[in-house]
Design a protein around this ligand. Structure first.
Ligand code: ADP
Length: 320
């Protein structure tokens, strides 16, 4: 699976020892001449580690603006495939502009590393939130679900992009507890709506049956809808529906759509019906994102908050 890190890449990870990072860039003076300039950043908190990158907060000295910087060591990019993957991630991510997608600022390199500067999401991810809280209330799940659908409809309809790695850990939260979809490392852009993809990739718990099937028909946008069904289940039940100790067993269960709801757990009839209507084996039987939005789980609700208080980061807050 592409989202697994080969352990041999471990020693290739960057370890920024410098406290100041200097970006060299060119601008134009009043006469239109190209002039070399620099921007200085102070290295801030370590934010986390992904497949090939480490993420740090970088603060631009002049403006005081904070960014999340994904830092790739040039050593780790030596293989043309990793370089190709990073270029594809940058190309797709920089073409996106949506309020529920992590903002892409720009990228630059120095002698040792490539730095990709992103909008900083200071409240971690939905994965951290669910781990801390155990599970979320349905009203919170509805609030997050609507924002996720908004962004994924934009990706599919406006940009012909399939994210291919939607999961709690790639759903970031900004300082206002708004969703920002991130990590476009596995994303792919289709040239036409009819094009089919073949590459076997994703994260085991979230992978759709048609990806596992690896057939010559391939797969398309519906794999993201499947992952949204898994995300919804995981927000409400506290763990993904097909989770087992062994990846092989997880794949077996996905291929047979074998999951149940935790006993004695208060999950509404509407939530179960929606999840069951998304987690369909055949992508043609799966609800579309528009149908998810129009499902009674969303429409029968008198009130879905337009904001969530930051205090819900570690406790239940009943929205008023
Ligand atoms: P990879 O593509 O290598 O898996 P990710 O995009 O998942 O990398 O980033 C790795 C980690 O860096 C994340 O788990 C998170 O902790 C942190 N991170 C990434 N992007 C941001 C961001 N925009 N704001 C805050 N933290 C981030």
């Amino acid at each position: 699976m592409e989202s697994y890190t080969p352990s041999s890449s471990q020693d290739l990870f960057v370890n920024i020892k410098k406290e100041t990072i200097i970006e060299k860039y060119y601008s134009h003076d009043e006469e239109g001449n190209r002039v070399a300039s620099t921007r200085m950043y102070t290295k801030g908190r370590f934010l986390g580690k992904g497949g090939f990158a480490k993420c740090y907060e970088l603060i631009e000295r002049k403006t005081g603006q904070s960014y999340a910087a994904k830092v790739f060591s040039k050593k780790s990019l030596k293989k043309s495939r990793s370089k190709q993957n990073l270029l594809s991630e940058i190309k797709i991510h920089q073409s996106l502009n949506h309020k529920h997608i992590v903002g892409f600022t720009h990228f630059f390199e120095d002698k040792d590393n490539v730095y990709v500067l992103l909008e900083l999401c200071s409240n971690q991810t939905l994965n951290d939130l669910v781990k801390r809280r155990g599970c979320l209330q349905e009203i919170e799940a509805k609030y997050f679900l609507l924002q996720i659908i908004d962004a994924v409809e934009y990706l599919h309809k406006k940009k012909k992009v399939i994210h291919r790695d939607l999961k709690l850990g790639n759903l970031f939260l900004n300082e206002n507890m708004e969703i920002k979809i991130g990590d476009f490392g596995l994303a792919t852009s289709l040239s036409t709506n009819e094009e089919r993809k073949m590459t076997l990739c994703g994260t085991p718990n979230y992978i759709a049956p048609e990806v596992l099937m690896n057939s010559k028909e391939g797969y398309s946008f519906e794999i993201d809808t499947w992952a949204i069904g898994v995300v919804l289940y995981a927000m409400i039940a506290g763990r993904p529906p097909f989770e087992t100790r062994e990846v092989k067993t997880t794949y077996y269960k996905i291929q047979r759509i074998e999951y149940d709801y935790p006993e004695g757990f208060p999950i509404s009839v509407e939530a179960k019906h929606l999840i069951d209507s998304i987690l369909k084996y055949d992508p043609k039987d799966r609800l579309t994102l528009k149908q998810v939005r129009e499902h009674p789980f969303i429409t029968k609700c008198h009130f879905i908050p337009s904001t969530l208080p930051v205090a819900c980061i570690d406790r239940i807050i009943t929205p008023d």
